[in-house]
Design a protein around this ligand. Structure first.
Ligand SMILES: Cc1cc2nc3c(=O)[nH]c(=O)nc-3n(C[C@H](O)[C@H](O)[C@H](O)COP(=O)(O)OP(=O)(O)OC[C@H]3O[C@@H](n4cnc5c(N)ncnc54)[C@H](O)[C@@H]3O)c2cc1C
Length: 526
């Protein structure tokens, strides 16, 4: 087996991983794992932008307030304040890196770049690069990382597990290379930047999101996970059964887009005084209810009242994609449905991204910093990626003594590979169960059934995993099914409805349930 020694290993090259790599590389040697296709990364698909207090008409307290309201009582106020306060500095850092944000073309703008307003925000504070902010961010950061002498980019290795020692410290990673061979990368510090867990669901807003593999790898080392029951569903994914998943950005509603059911009725103002700009959970549930009530497959989102030139200028990507699917959004309403979008839960970290496992950090969507609470406010996640990557870099620039305890050996399996079609079928079963029983609107019987079925699947997966070569596909399934069980357990234990967790059998929000839900990997799942 190939073995190598490293200083800082970062797993994942989305906005969080790339930002950290650039910020720490001057002081430490960085190895960045970013699989070639980067199939699982969400960053490249981000459209709307990054929330930060940039306009002179806005202020820190207002952004803190809006985030706390969206988080529905479960945000950690210190984490919110920290993130929001660091926001303007993070944007300046990006501008210094050459990030091409869309300029404000109006006469005498109060801030040079255009700011949009999105759901839950009481002010215009979302800076963006047209409607393809994520693509522009990744291109900018990757160009710097590729040329950096302190960063070794490994496009051929994916992580399958973390290495630990008998003292409980993280000591590196176990990976699988492009040829399917196992690799051990020993490291002084490891950072998980592997993204969220929306891939546990069937309908998603990006083509192949991660299934929370990073969260489970950390849990295997004893790290606590939190708030796993709070999965965000974006209200408006393009309804296009024959096409790839495609998000219709919240900014469309920010610029006046109107939601109507298939009977032509506008429904949001009757549900929330903020109308189409209510927080995402409220809008997603309202759309779900409209569809359930009439048995419809989608609702309409209409922006066609704006001049065609404005639509094309503000939303070139959405306009072009819809056009390529035979839909002219300057003249026609857009068919939309909710889809799994963002994981509010993840690995518990402090304000420098450190997990509870020594020498293991987690940043970006894989982490649970306390910023989002029970519901993430739009465009706060890219902000969190940037702020916590830079905070982790400050901590990592001063290396701490490493452990020299004996490294716990990993299990080596001699068997052949499991049939890929079979592994695929099991993963689809997990996704089907999560979508049908633990989706936007839940009830006790569905949650209990999901738990029973997932437990059956976990037993089957464990058998496969013990007797077959640990391919990436099989490892991902093994991690996904166990994370699904942890998520469903936290959903069943929360005896209320709050934020993104809505249970018809306990619809009230209870003061007694106002707590973060923490979960460790149960012995039977390890
Ligand atoms: C369609 C869409 C639109 C969005 N729009 C916005 C927006 O406008 N504003 C906003 O704030 N947020 C938005 N979000 C959310 C935001 O994009 C994500 O939360 C954020 O990009 C996550 O970044 P990340 O760096 O944590 O992870 P990702 O960008 O998901 O990157 C994860 C990285 O880890 C790698 N990886 C995963 N597993 C492994 C492994 N086992 N081994 C090695 N590498 C691995 C992946 O290949 C990838 O490089 C959007 C999300 C989606 C899906």
């Amino acid at each position: 087996m190939h073995q190598s020694e490293h200083d800082v290993v970062i797993i994942g090259g989305g906005v969080a991983g790339l930002t950290l790599a650039l910020e720490v590389a001057g002081a430490r040697r960085v190895t960045l794992l970013r699989p070639d296709a980067d199939d699982h990364g969400a960053s490249q698909w981000a459209q709307g932008g990054i929330a930060a207090v940039l306009s002179p008409q806005d202020d820190i307290e207002a952004h803190v307030h809006d985030t706390l309201v969206a988080g529905d009582g479960l945000c950690d106020e210190a984490a919110v304040r920290f993130t929001v306060t660091q926001g303007p500095g993070a944007i300046d850092w990006l501008l210094a890196k050459g990030m091409a944000f869309t300029r404000d073309e109006s006469a005498n703008p109060s801030y040079p770049y255009h700011l949009t307003r999105e759901g839950g925000h009481g002010a215009r504070r979302v800076i963006h690069a047209a409607d393809a902010t994520g693509r522009a961010l990744i291109d900018t950061l990757l160009a710097h990382a590729e040329g950096h002498p302190g960063i070794t980019l490994r496009r051929d290795i994916s992580a399958s597990a973390l290495l630990s020692d008998v003292a409980g410290h993280c000591r590196g990673i176990q990976g699988i290379d492009a040829q399917g061979a196992m690799r051990l990368l020993y490291a002084s510090d490891v950072v998980l930047a592997t993204g969220g867990a929306s891939g546990l669901y069937r309908h998603t807003t990006s083509p192949l999101p991660a299934c929370g593999e990073g969260m489970l790898m950390a849990a295997e080392l004893g790290a606590e996970l939190a708030n796993l029951e709070f999965q965000q569903f974006h209200p408006t994914c393009l309804f296009d059964p024959d096409g790839p998943p495609f998000l219709i950005s919240e900014a469309i509603r920010g610029e006046g887009g109107i939601l109507r059911n298939l009977q032509g009725q506008r429904f949001m103002p009757d549900i929330d005084e903020r109308g189409e700009l209510a927080p995402r959970d409220i809008v997603a549930r309202a759309i779900d209810a409209q569809m359930q009530r009439a048995g419809d497959e989608h609702v309409w989102l209409d922006i066609s009242h704006l001049p065609a030139a404005t639509i094309q200028r503000l939303f070139p990507t959405i306009h072009a994609h819809c056009q390529s699917r035979g839909l002219d959004i300057t003249r026609q309403p857009i068919p939309v449905v909710p889809a799994a979008h963002y994981s509010c839960g993840g690995i518990v970290t402090d304000l420098s991204g450190a997990s509870q496992v020594p020498h293991l950090y987690a940043i970006g969507e894989v982490a649970c910093t306390g910023l989002h609470g029970a519901n993430r406010m739009a465009s706060n996640s890219l902000l969190e990626c940037l702020v916590f990557a830079r905070a982790a870099a400050r901590a990592l620039r001063k290396p701490r003594p490493t452990s020299d305890a004996t490294i716990t050996p990993r299990r080596i399996v001699q068997g052949g590979a499991a049939a890929p079609e079979y592994v695929d079928a099991l993963m689809n079963e997990v996704r089907q169960l999560m979508s049908q029983k633990v989706g936007i609107v839940r009830h006790d019987a569905g949650i209990a059934e999901a738990l029973r079925e997932l437990t059956r699947l976990a037993i089957e997966c464990r058998h496969l995993y013990r007797h077959h070569q640990p391919t990436l596909q099989l490892t991902s399934l093994h991690h996904a099914v166990r994370l699904a069980i942890m998520s469903v357990r936290t959903a069943s234990e929360r005896r209320e409805s709050r934020g993104l967790h809505y249970n018809l059998d306990c619809p009230e929000r209870l003061q007694s349930e106002r707590h973060v839900s923490r979960a460790s990997l149960a012995p039977e799942l390890s």
